[in-house]
Design a protein around this ligand. Structure first.
Ligand code: NAD
Length: 610
């Protein structure tokens, strides 16, 4: 047994030596000060390539920094456990003899077995729980499954299944994941962050649980969202798992059902608001920067829209912050629109856009479209906004409503007489592009789609609301009602549709196309702030990945199976923009950013233990 002080000091020396000896070797300590050397050649990972972002020396001394054990404990360490894939040599060297059955399996065989097991479950939540179990047992195998079977498993670890998982989070989670910061921790958040076992955190996904997907206030049970999002950061964007920190800020909940549930895992009080809320968030933001430095990316996720807009505005000049619901959505939808121009013709500036829903998604997308048109035409953004119209629950947003509009809707209050319904707005504005982002399903009726088709050769219809039941119209409805003319994409996935002997493949405007690559781009360039031009760069990079073959099927997004390659391209463009804007701190700029991004991506392939 080594003392804590010696352990910590050795950790420090070890870290220093490690960086000197080789950037591609990870050295960790085992029983009594022996070293377990992990051959990391196949592993890769951002940290390995360009070193760590050490914010404070204090973090280096955290006693948990080097804690890989051998034998029984090794099998229970999800970061290093390989289960039956430990070789004979490794079983001898690391005291595993007898602790495992005699068979030695390859990682591929383990994957095959687990996929077979997963497919036996009929209920999606059971698959989700099986995946969470695997993540807690064998992290690399979890990511190998997710990466190799991304199209099949994305809906399991993220939407729609993660929504149900959050609703039942209190009863399904086994070991707490992520960091819970509640009002009880006020004044102590810096200390709480030190309890997290990893030092070099690069991405934090944080929620306050107030608007979880379309499910409303789930309080502390919203933790499923940051956990799920970060597993996509790793699987799709190649960020090391140890660099990802899921956080739930618990300021209470207004969900009566949870407040009355004796098993509820969060604070049993109504939501703190106003100054109390702002102070806790301020303390969190300050503590994060103090602990992890200037370059840690903080992604806000599933905050109610008033807080989402405010937090983004407040912290975007002092922190590296990103809101996926606003900015990620905007970037992925803009990418779809840029790609769709190949099918519908013209430039963005030649089109007229009408939104149903003027919240985080709607106004975020609208603003990015206006910005892109402004860049393309050199027209001021105040002018380019006039090509974009929004309808909210009270009808078309027009100047006579300005006095009662929330601040984020005001830029869209153009001169027009009041219009109450979507159908009337479609007839009055005659948009070429119709985008649904209200969260209310079945709102693109037959009449609406027919009206769009009456004045457009190829109406572009994006039904973004989730889940599937809330979709504005289904793919089948869009193709049928437009007599096969619509270019259609949705928020939730739809199967291909056959209409008049032709097969149409609807695209999915999934945020997972953008945020993992976007985050990777920020990290590899050491960006210190997010700039709107980076979002535009990400959109263009994604649109450029749509091939002729995809267009022929009516697709405006590339297939998800290529997502790691897509992420590397997005990362490269985002990083290039960061360098161009003088916001990159990782110098000198690597010459080939795509290659560099790829080389930085975490690979889940097992490492060999010597
Ligand atoms: P939000 O709550 O911020 O905004 C919803 C807006 O719709 C509000 O302005 C509200 O006033 C308006 N609205 C509500 N009922 C309406 C009605 N009957 N008619 C017209 N407007 C109405 O929510 P959000 O974050 O903007 O998300 C909206 C929807 O978009 C959700 O269903 C979400 O799942 C979906 N979304 C999809 C993607 C994607 O496809 N990639 C990304 C983000 C959000």
């Amino acid at each position: 047994m080594i003392s804590l002080a010696r352990h910590s000091f050795l950790s420090l020396l070890l870290r220093r030596a490690e960086r000197k000896v080789s950037a591609l070797m990870e050295t960790t300590m085992v029983n009594g000060g022996d070293f377990l050397v992990v051959d990391n050649m196949a592993g890769g990972g951002v940290e390995d390539v360009y070193g760590e972002d050490f914010a404070t020396l204090d973090q280096l001394l955290t006693p948990w920094t080097a804690s890989v054990a051998s034998g029984y404990t090794l099998l229970r360490d999800p970061h290093h456990n390989k289960g039956l894939a430990f070789t004979e040599k490794e079983r001898d060297a690391h005291y595993l003899r007898g602790l495992l059955p005699p068979a030695v399996l390859t990682q591929e065989l383990q994957e095959k077995k687990l996929m077979h097991n997963l497919r036996q479950y009929q209920v999606p939540l059971q698959r989700y729980m099986a995946m969470m179990d695997l993540q807690e047992r064998n992290e690399r195998l979890f990511y190998k499954l997710l990466i190799d079977n991304v199209e099949e498993l994305l809906p399991v670890v993220y939407t729609p299944t993660v929504g149900e998982a959050c609703q039942k989070y209190g009863s399904i989670f086994r070991r707490p994941q992520g960091l819970y910061i509640s009002l009880k921790e006020k004044g102590k958040i810096l200390e709480v962050l030190k309890n997290w076992p990893e030092r070099s955190v690069q991405v934090i996904v944080v929620t306050d649980g107030e608007r979880i997907l379309g499910l409303g206030d789930l309080g502390c049970q919203g933790m499923g969202i940051p956990v799920g999002k970060l597993s996509l950061y790793t699987a799709l964007g190649g960020i090391r798992p140890s660099a990802c920190l899921p956080v739930t800020i618990d300021v209470g909940t207004n969900n009566e059902k949870l407040l009355n549930d004796e098993f509820y895992i969060g604070l049993k009080q109504r939501r703190a608001t106003g100054q109390e809320y702002a102070e806790l968030l301020q303390e969190f933001m300050t503590a994060v920067k103090q602990s992890y430095g200037e370059k840690v990316l903080i992604q806000f996720e599933d905050f109610a829209n008033h807080n989402a807009f405010e937090l983004l505005a407040k912290y975007s000049s002092s922190h590296l912050v990103f809101n996926d619901d606003i900015q990620g959505t905007a970037s992925v939808v803009l990418a779809g629109l840029i790609a769709a121009l190949k099918l519908v013709g013209g430039a963005l500036a030649d089109h007229t856009f009408l939104f149903l829903g003027a919240g985080e998604a709607g106004t975020g997308i609208a603003e990015l479209i206006a910005l892109q048109i402004s860049k393309e035409t050199n027209a001021p953004i105040e002018e380019t906004r006039k090509k974009i119209w929004l309808v909210d629950s009270k009808g078309l947003i027009v100047d006579s409503r300005k006095g009662s509009l929330q601040h984020f809707k005001k830029p869209w209050a153009h001169e027009h007489e009041p219009v109450k319904t979507l159908l009337d707005a479609v007839k009055a504005i005659k948009p070429t592009v119709l985008i649904g982002s209200s969260g209310v399903g079945k709102t693109f009726t037959k009449e609406v789609v027919e009206a769009m088709t009456s004045f457009n050769e190829k109406p572009l219809i994006l039904a973004l609301s989730n889940p599937t039941s809330q979709s504005e119209c289904t793919a089948e409805q869009a193709y049928t009602w437009s007599e096969g003319k619509a270019i259609y994409a949705s928020g939730s996935p739809f199967d291909p549709v056959e209409y008049n002997g032709k097969v149409f493949a609807p695209g999915q405007a999934n945020n997972a196309y953008i945020f993992p690559g976007f985050g990777l781009g920020l990290i590899i360039s050491g960006a210190i702030r997010v700039h709107d031009d980076m979002l535009l760069a990400a959109s263009e990079a994604l649109a450029a990945q749509v091939t002729e073959e995809n267009f022929e099927k009516g697709l405006i997004y590339p297939p998800f199976s290529n997502i790691r390659k897509i992420s590397a391209h997005i990362a490269a463009k985002v990083a290039a923009k960061a360098y161009e804007l003088g916001l990159a701190s990782h110098l000198p700029r690597p010459e080939n950013l795509v290659k560099y991004a790829e080389s930085c991506m975490y690979s889940p392939v097992y490492r060999n233990y010597r």
